[in-house]
Design a protein around this ligand. Structure first.
Ligand code: TRP
Ligand code: ZN
Length: 876
């Protein structure tokens, strides 16, 4: 079976394209099960290519050829070679017109790459290599072409016909058909091509750019979802304004369109002028979407919008450069969200996600640099490392250059490379040139995988009044990289005196950025009058593992006083983590659990008695580190002991401060609150209070919780209450789940939440419940959101049952990876990631996971997507 071949592609083998396509004209005769595509390509030899090969090789997959012509001359089958992946034409002219006609079948396309059907609409997904599933093409990002597109379709089934760029013309035809044509003046790679056809409702608005250009804004959804598009539209306008103000980037077409589709492999796609979105990142009303959903929608809309410059106007030379657009654009969307919400809260959420999930990826067999050296299936490289670590690397450049220097560098990058397909080296070079600096060592962040470890020790010299910090760095071995060069690590620090005040350092600054470049390096501060408490790695200035043994009293001191909001939170988290790990050890040794340190209770008490201005930040300050984050810190994960310890610490904090949790709950619980920033912050804090109160499982609190459910006017409160009832063994929770289903059965995105909650239940029979959910009439293996809500949630968010000692969780996931692979390899491969971290488990469980990986590996047929993941997972 040819698609199981593991052909590795290497960055070092990159060569410029032999041919270019200056102009692409496409004609689509659309129908759900039989679409005819006619392409007309203006092809030239690439002057930058030294080779003069007589062959033009185009990529194509799952296509049925109708005809080929060159310069109007139809070719016969001796003139070309067709195989499963390519079409090769012998052609020695320097310039010619190639016309191809082929047939595709959108309904049979369950992989959701290329042209496919979702509900009753037709839409495309071309990144990374989906365009070759539409027609034969030079489907690589460094071949950029101007596209003209004409679509023809049934006017009743597909009254709306969209493609990239500006609307050009339209008309009607016989047999109830009509046509629309589009022109995109900006040359683009084929991965940014899109079309949409359907019976769609549209919310329209407009935006006037900084240079007074009028842009139409259009959000397309199914008719019954039109009432849930306001927030998406507002988010788009916010993003457009912010990109002008923060980066000087203006929009460049007459229209900006967003289409929401129910079937989508990822979050959203930045196709030029025509973004296609997973409905999850468009549709929201207070009743159906949580505060987190609202925030995620604004972030993803921003992300795709920002790609118009970081990705589209300046694109990637090849897929090894993926982080050029993704890391940079995530950095941009993070800054945007921080600006729209709270800097402190956004930074903590981003770091939490990075350390819980990206650090795990980087410590396992799938670890890779943000600019990988090789891949088998590019779809497997849309990873947390490329996106989140990539954003951290851009953030470090921002920290090292300062905001003004970074902005100068970005301006030069956009100006120098507008209309080009470039590399991460080009990006760094623009920042260097604009700031007259040298980032040679910094570039190790692009080349080397793994999370660097930095050990810190400190020394106060009372006679000389000096304070010295000594740093040591090393980086663990990762696949294919046994030794590493030192990183340039920006370490932001401050020092606190015993009253909690910041000590001025150097020029009166209270925060300085140290550049760690060697394997061991010392930094000394003068005029320090008494032994300070150090606040190291402020704002999490580098994506590293920092080891710094600080006595608990000093941690609490930082937790009470640090002016750096990130490190203040971090000090609390460290204290709580230590307590939970001490409890894990006690549980493992069958000893009594340690009691809560008084200083910690007092610190919590003082915060609860005198709430901060930023209640969302306060909720994070008082939250326990997640079990997933803690599991990542354990050498061998003992999931049962971790759950017990986590629960015990929560219960103890609950009991020690119970009147305060209750009074704060009552003070901030407001049934009819709206969605202002203040309302959202109050809700997150109030629901944290409920979480602590529910640790007691006493009748009064359960009543409080069910009352919140019954009275809820918004999804945040309703789901917060329901998730509290999710883990109880008693049959009393079932009626609430039934009521929730009855209320929301026509809302797919809400039903996804209903499935997901049950999939992460701690109840002893959770796996049986999950298996039953797969038989539910609303479950559908062809809908990625549904698959993710049940199967992926179980694998990634239910470590207790996924890691069941008998291996039943692993077997269940393996069965479903195999079943899903035949339908949608991309989503199946993503699910297979959950089986990669077996080295963190005990030997018994390691064997059980490896058995399942081998079982998957031996399946035929198996996609190269899944085969690559299981092969790399087993190779470790
Ligand atoms: N470029 C998209 C983004 O980051 C990611 C994406 C959307 C994607 N759909 C995809 C990647 C399908 C691979 C396959 O916004
Ligand atoms: Zn992106």
């Amino acid at each position: 079976m040819s698609d199981t071949q593991q052909k590795t592609i290497y960055l070092k083998d990159y060569t410029v394209p032999e041919f270019l396509i200056s102009h692409t004209t496409l004609h689509f005769n659309l129908s759900a099960d039989d679409t005819v595509v006619r392409s007309k390509l203006s092809i030239q030899r690439n002057p930058a290519c030294k080779k003069a090969s007589p062959n033009l090789t185009l990529m194509g997959e799952d296509l049925e050829l109708i005809s080929i012509a060159i310069d109007g001359q139809e070719l016969s089958s001796e003139d070309y070679t067709l195989n499963e992946q390519t079409l090769t034409i012998t052609q020695s002219a320097d310039e010619f017109i190639l016309e191809i006609s082929n047939r595709i079948n959108p309904v049979s396309n369950t992989a959701l790459s290329g042209l496919y059907e979702s509900k009753k609409m037709l839409c495309t997904q071309c990144e990374a290599e989906g365009f070759r599933r539409i027609t034969w093409y030079l489907d690589r990002p460094d071949v950029m072409s101007v596209f003209d597109v004409t679509m023809e379709a049934d006017i009743n089934l597909y009254p709306v016909l969209l493609s990239n760029g500006n609307r050009a013309d339209s008309g009607t035809l016989d047999n109830n058909k009509h046509w629309v044509s589009w022109q995109d003046p900006f040359p683009k790679p084929s991965y940014l091509f899109a079309l949409v056809a359907g019976d769609l409702a549209c919310l329209t608005d407009s935006f006037t750019t900084c240079s007074n250009q009028h842009v139409k804004l259009e959000v397309y959804v199914e008719e019954h979802d039109l009432d849930k598009t306001q927030h998406a539209m507002q988010s788009l306008k916010n993003a457009m304004r912010w990109d002008e103000e923060a980066f000087g980037r203006e929009y460049d077409l007459d229209v900006y369109m967003i289409v929401a589709v129910s079937h989508f492999n990822m979050g959203a796609m930045e196709n030029k002028g025509l973004n296609v979105f997973n409905t999850k990142y468009v549709l929201a009303s207070e009743k159906t979407a949580t505060d987190t959903d609202f925030e995620n929608i604004e972030a993803v809309i921003g992300h795709e919008y920002f790609h118009n410059w970081s990705g589209n106007r300046v694109t990637c030379r090849d897929w090894f450069q993926l982080s050029l657009k993704e890391g940079f654009t995530v950095f941009r969307d993070q800054q945007f969200t921080a600006h729209q919400t709270s800097n402190a809260v956004k930074r903590i959420k981003d770091v939490n996600m990075l350390r819980t999930h990206q650090f795990a990826e980087d410590a396992g067999p799938l670890s890779h640099p943000i600019r990988p050296d090789s891949f088998v299936e590019i779809n497997n490289f849309y990873t947390l490392t490329i996106y989140e670590k990539g954003a951290e690397v851009v953030r470090m450049l921002h920290t090292l250059l300062g905001n003004a220097g970074f902005r100068k560098g970005c301006d030069l990058y956009f100006e120098r490379h507008d209309g080009q397909a470039v590399t991460t080296d080009d990006f760094v070079k623009a920042l260097e040139d604009a700031n007259d600096t040298d980032f040679t060592q910094f570039k190790n962040w692009y080349k080397q995988a793994g999370t660097p470890v930095v050990d810190v020790s400190t020394e106060y010299n009372a006679n000389e009044k000096t304070y010295t910090l000594t740093f040591e760095q090393h980086c663990p071995v990762t696949p294919g990289q046994a030794t590493k060069d030192n990183f340039l690590i920006p370490i932001s620090i401050g020092l606190l005196d015993e009253s909690g005040q910041e000590i001025p350092l150097g020029d009166g600054q209270t925060t300085v950025v140290l550049a760690l470049t060697d394997s061991e390096q010392r930094f000394t501060f003068d005029n320090i009058n008494a032994k300070p408490t150090p606040s190291i790695l402020r704002s999490f200035s580098a994506p590293i593992q920092l080891n710094h043994a600080l006595p608990i009293a000093q941690k609490i001191h930082l937790f009470q006083h640090d002016s750096d909001t990130f490190n203040r939170w971090e000090a609390g988290q460290n204290t709580l983590s230590q307590l939970i790990f001490d409890s894990v050890e006690a549980i493992q040794n069958k000893q009594t659990l340690p009691s809560l340190p008084d200083a910690l209770i007092e610190a919590f008490r003082s915060i609860l008695q005198q709430p901060l201005n930023d209640l969302a930040y306060q909720a994070l300050l008082l939250s326990l580190p997640s079990k997933a984050y803690l599991a990542e810190q354990m050498i061998v994960i003992d999931i049962d002991a971790l759950y017990q310890a986590h629960h015990a610490v929560k219960k103890a904090l609950s009991a020690a401060l119970s009147p305060l949790w209750l009074s704060n709950y009552n003070a901030y619980h407001q049934v009819d609150a709206g969605i202002t920033a203040q309302d959202i912050a109050q809700r997150s804090f109030k629901n944290l209070c409920l979480d602590y109160l529910m640790a007691q499982q006493d009748a009064a609190t359960v009543t409080l919780c069910t009352a919140q459910f019954d009275a809820a006017q918004n999804m945040t409160d309703q789901i917060a209450a329901l998730s509290q009832l999710n883990h109880t063994e008693s049959p009393q929770s079932a009626p609430y789940f039934d009521a929730f289903y009855q209320q929301w059965q026509t809302e797919d995105l809400v039903i996804d939440k209903w499935f997901a909650l049950q999939a992460c239940s701690e109840k002893s029979n959770a796996l049986d419940d999950v298996k039953r959910l797969l038989q539910h009439p609303d479950f559908d293996m062809k809908t990625p959101n549904r698959v993710r809500s049940v199967i992926s949630t179980f694998a990634m968010a239910n470590p207790l049952h996924f890691n069941a000692a008998d291996g039943s969780g692993y077997a269940f996931i393996a069965d479903n990876i195999i079943a899903l692979d035949a339908i949608n390899p991309q989503v199946a491969a993503r699910l297979a990631n959950s089986l990669s971290r077996w080295k963190k488990l005990d030997t018994q469980r390691q064997q059980l996971v490896k058995q399942q990986l081998s079982r998957i590996q031996s399946q035929t047929p198996l996609s190269k997507d899944v085969l690559e993941i299981v092969t790399r997972s087993l190779a470790a």
